[in-house]
Design a protein around this ligand. Structure first.
Ligand code: PMP
Length: 304
């Protein structure tokens, strides 16, 4: 049974969770016309802090821009809403979900509906399980490809994109895997259902480029930054499928998944079948941001 927090922000005010409703004829429900973010807050020695809140909200406005949606609140107002839902619900380590969507106001595809906005927050631990962070997950290459770049823009984080994500994730779980990895329409490696990919060869990180129909994640950017700072080389490049089977290490990353090692792909063991040296180092640097072991020289932690 899913537990819900008491409070949520909707269209300018904090209200009770059960009062934050939308009409069944809202445009977004029929056509996928929403944009959203997934953000984490962590319990740090200085109190609850939201990780890269400004960058996530920037991406929300960029996604909205692609779909000609004007969000009727400023980034400062949405940042305040994010802080409010954390404090009002008494949360520290949590997941934040701002969403802006086409509401009730017309049934045509190009209808100029009102843009409704909500921000929810709920407690959240590791998305793929605590055990997964340590021992890794078994992944498979999905039979579903990601949408081609000239069909749906993967760089905008829109609700409709997640029909693809659901097909990939549900197929993987139905077949007994922890997560699915998708190829782009070019046949080259793209990303997981909701995570970016890094492969390690000879101590160097390789990750597919934005042109491979993926969302260039904020966690991906964080890892590239932390790795380079630590003297680990990172190469953004096209990667063919078979490289999955040849890599010394593979990891998935995202706000929800954090840094999850992949111990096998399609039943073939990767490296030693557990988190490798580079993955462990990146986990240490990444999680170190939240307990003070990694100095946050970028101002990524934004206090609640
Ligand atoms: N790709 C997809 C499709 C995603 O949904 C996510 C999660 N937002 C990511 C990658 C990782 O992005 P981020 O690190 O910004 O959470």
């Amino acid at each position: 049974q899913q537990q819900y927090p008491d409070w949520i922000w909707q269209n300018g005010s904090i209200k009770r969770w059960q009062d934050a409703t939308a009409h069944v004829m809202s445009h977004a429900l029929h056509y996928g016309s929403s944009v959203f973010e997934g953000i984490r807050s962590y319990a740090t020695p200085d109190g609850a802090a939201i990780f890269r809140l400004t960058d996530h909200l920037n991406r929300l406005y960029q996604s909205a821009r692609v779909y000609d949606m004007t969000i009727p609140y400023s980034a400062d107002e949405l940042a305040a809403a994010c802080r409010d839902v954390i404090s009002k619900n008494g949360l520290d380590a949590a997941y934040l979900r701002p969403v802006a969507y086409r509401g009730l106001g017309g049934f045509g595809l190009s209808a100029e509906t009102p843009i409704d906005v909500a921000v929810a927050a709920w407690p959240m631990g590791p998305y793929l399980g605590a055990e997964a962070l340590e021992n890794g997950i078994d992944a498979c290459v999905s039979s579903w490809q990601r949408f081609a770049p000239n069909t749906i823009p993967a760089g905008a984080k829109a609700g409709g994109n997640y029909l693809s994500g659901q097909l990939i994730a549900r197929e993987a779980r139905r077949l007994g895997f922890g997560e699915g990895i998708a190829l782009a329409s070019t046949g080259l490696l793209s990303e997981g259902a909701g995570e970016n990919l890094f492969l390690v060869f000879d101590g160097v990180l390789h990750t597919p480029p934005a042109s491979a129909s993926l969302l260039a994640g904020i966690t991906r950017h964080t890892l590239v930054t932390l790795a380079r700072e630590d003297g680990i080389e990172v190469i953004e490049r096209d990667l063919p499928r078979e490289y999955l089977y040849l890599a010394d290490e593979i990891l998935m990353c995202g706000t929800a998944a954090e840094i999850t090692p992949i111990r096998s792909v399609d039943g073939k063991q990767i490296g030693a079948g557990k988190a490798g040296r580079i993955t462990l180092r990146l986990q240490e640097l990444f999680f170190g941001l939240f307990d003070g072991r990694t100095h946050d020289k970028w101002g990524w932690l934004e206090q609640v």
